[in-house]
Design a protein around this ligand. Structure first.
Ligand SMILES: [Ca+2]
Ligand SMILES: [Ca+2]
Length: 287
């Protein structure tokens, strides 16, 4: 059988000296676009989202990773790559295995049967500065510090992480940095209507007293609960639920891991949490 040849295509390739313009991302860089933070709800302060760049395109505030993004040099394959820094630990006496809890947080979402995020764990420096940590200290976004799509940087107090010094009611926080083109516009190279996320980093506030015991002692915060919440943000989930004031305290309804305020131990995703996760990831890589 005669082989099909496409001389036109081959000629085009031979004459093309540089990659197609559409694939030239060399002037793309990243900017910080959102900060999603979780609070205790005490002192009347609810968690939320701070949107730093409102021009996310198509009127949407949603952002997501690009499958097999050619700009993400820290990837070794097409799926989502995560990292866990194992050196930024807490001295809190009721915490025995914070790295285990950070792994549990990844595994909890990975275990959802509706999705396959094609997760890959990257080996990361256990204690080096996070991208966002350096940004708050110097004002410079140094992309060369990036080691994974989503990194749990670990426990830091306000003394080491200026964001916590300025936001003392925040238990945990997830930062999203997104790709912009040479003109500073957010990109959507996979044309899915969502601005392209480059990097996420998660930090836990060591100025609180944490626990990973089965029952958290009074005055402590259950770390697995917060880690699962923050990894939810890491995997593009938004806050969920109404925040109301009840007898002077803030409460969230309905209860979900992705509530913006901490409401005590909750280590299993609720139906709402699963729905939110699946709505985003069931179609991956076509989401
Ligand atoms: Ca996109
Ligand atoms: Ca502490």
């Amino acid at each position: 059988m005669k082989k099909l040849v496409l001389p036109g295509l081959l000629t085009t390739c031979a004459l093309t000296a540089a990659p197609l313009m559409a694939n030239d991302f060399s002037d793309h860089r990243v900017v910080m676009t959102t900060i999603e933070f979780l609070t205790t709800g005490e002192n009347g302060m609810a968690g939320g989202i701070e949107i730093l760049r409102k021009d996310l395109g198509n009127g949407q505030l949603t952002q997501d990773f690009v499958y097999d993004d050619p700009r993400s040099s820290w990837r070794t394959g097409p799926g989502v790559h995560y990292g866990i820094k194992t050196g930024n630990l807490t001295d809190d006496v009721n915490v025995s295995d914070e790295v285990g809890s950070m792994r549990l947080a990844v595994d909890t979402w990975d275990a959802q049967g509706c999705s396959n995020m094609m997760l890959v764990e990257n080996a990361v420096d256990p204690v080096s500065q996070g991208l966002v940590q350096k940004f708050f200290n110097t004002g410079i976004i140094d992309l060369s510090l990036t080691e994974a799509d989503v990194t749990q940087v670990g426990f830091l107090g306000g003394a080491d992480f200026p964001y916590f010094a300025a936001n003392t009611n925040v238990l945990g926080v997830a930062f999203t940095l997104s790709w912009v083109d040479g003109s500073g516009n957010l990109t959507d190279i996979d044309t899915n209507g969502k601005a392209d996320v480059a990097v996420r980093e998660i930090y836990y506030n060591d100025d609180f007293e944490w626990s990973d015991a089965e029952i958290a002692p009074d005055g402590t915060i259950d770390f697995p609960t917060v880690a699962i919440h923050e990894m939810g943000h890491g995997f593009s989930m938004a806050h969920f639920g109404m925040i109301a004031r009840k007898k002077g305290e803030l409460v969230a309804h309905p209860r979900a891991i992705m509530n913006a305020i901490y409401g005590g131990q909750l280590r299993e995703p609720t139906g709402r949490d699963k729905g939110s996760h699946c709505a985003n990831w069931a179609q991956w890589p076509n989401n």
